[in-house]
Design a protein around this ligand. Structure first.
Ligand code: ADP
Ligand code: MG
Length: 253
């Protein structure tokens, strides 16, 4: 039986400021099972980041509930937010340092991840000496060192140029799959969603609600995100998603 790690039930949320109310989310319900990789796509400004902030507990829903298994959440954003004055090593150990959980085991885990992600040689460099893709990998290590049970990724590749993005997203996709970690990826890149996720949630324009859920079943020649792009079902899913999203843009305000 699939075991849910996260369940969102009828989530509604509005922002309030001096200009008035902006309704961002309305009646959002979905669940994510253990080990599942869920992608969320939707028109720009529809409320995707807001939803992730609610899941992370940074914002409180106006109504509805977030049921979360007792798990640690890892949150990775578009910018790598590495601290320029710290070495990569000191950056990846920032979480344990802040939470006072630094231990020889954590250091060993950080060393292993640096080696797995091909960054051992750059351990003593500063972020400014690394390429965009390497920095993003370092940011992922910093998140993974905290051993999260649920990984939230908010457009983590969008600051990268296209080629780096393909490589890094494939890379990170493989890492996440291999670790069996439960993940939610927000992306505006439909190909990225199809090639990485087990299931895709399509949101409507703001205020966002779940428009459609699409399972991803690809007959892959090669089990990798890049291999996924060659699967015969890929184009079909892409066309379907494209239509769902463009209907949102064209469907009037
Ligand atoms: P997405 O991530 O899908 O692009 P967001 O969740 O960032 O969208 O934002 C959803 C809507 O809420 C947007 O219209 C945005 O302008 C608005 N919004 C986001 N943050 C705030 C805020 N702090 N105050 C008021 N409105 C906000
Ligand atoms: Mg966003």
């Amino acid at each position: 039986m699939a075991q849910p790690v996260l369940e969102c039930k009828n989530i509604c949320f509005s922002y309030h400021n001096l200009k008035g109310e902006t309704k961002a989310l309305t009646d959002i319900s979905f669940q994510v099972n253990k080990g599942e990789f869920l992608a969320i796509v939707g028109p720009s400004g529809c409320g995707k980041s807001t939803l992730l902030s609610i899941i992370a507990g940074l914002l409180r829903p106006e109504s509805g509930e977030v049921l979360l298994e007792q798990v640690k959440i890892g949150y990775m954003l578009q910018q790598d937010h590495l601290l320029e004055w710290r070495t990569i090593w000191k950056n990846v150990l920032l979480g344990p340092e802040i939470t006072k959980t630094l231990s020889p085991q954590k250091e060993a885990l950080a060393l292993k991840l640096l080696s797995d992600y091909g960054l051992s040689k750059f351990k003593d460099k500063k972020p400014g000496e690394l390429s965009g893709g390497m920095k993003q990998r370092a940011a992922l290590i910093r998140t993974m060192v905290m051993e999260p049970g649920l990984l939230l990724l908010d457009e983590p590749f969008s600051a990268l140029d296209y080629q780096t993005r393909l490589m890094v997203s494939a890379d990170i996709g493989n890492i996440i799959r291999a670790s069996g970690i439960t993940a939610i990826l927000i992306t505006h890149d439909l190909s990225e969603a199809i090639s990485l996720a087990d299931r895709i949630l399509v949101l409507t324009k703001r205020p966002a609600t779940v428009k459609r859920e699409l399972p991803v079943h690809l007959t892959r020649q090669e089990d990798s995100p890049l291999g996924a792009r060659g699967a015969p079902e890929f184009q079909e899913l892409f066309t379907l998603l494209w239509k769902e999203i463009s209907d949102e843009y064209c469907g009037g305000a």
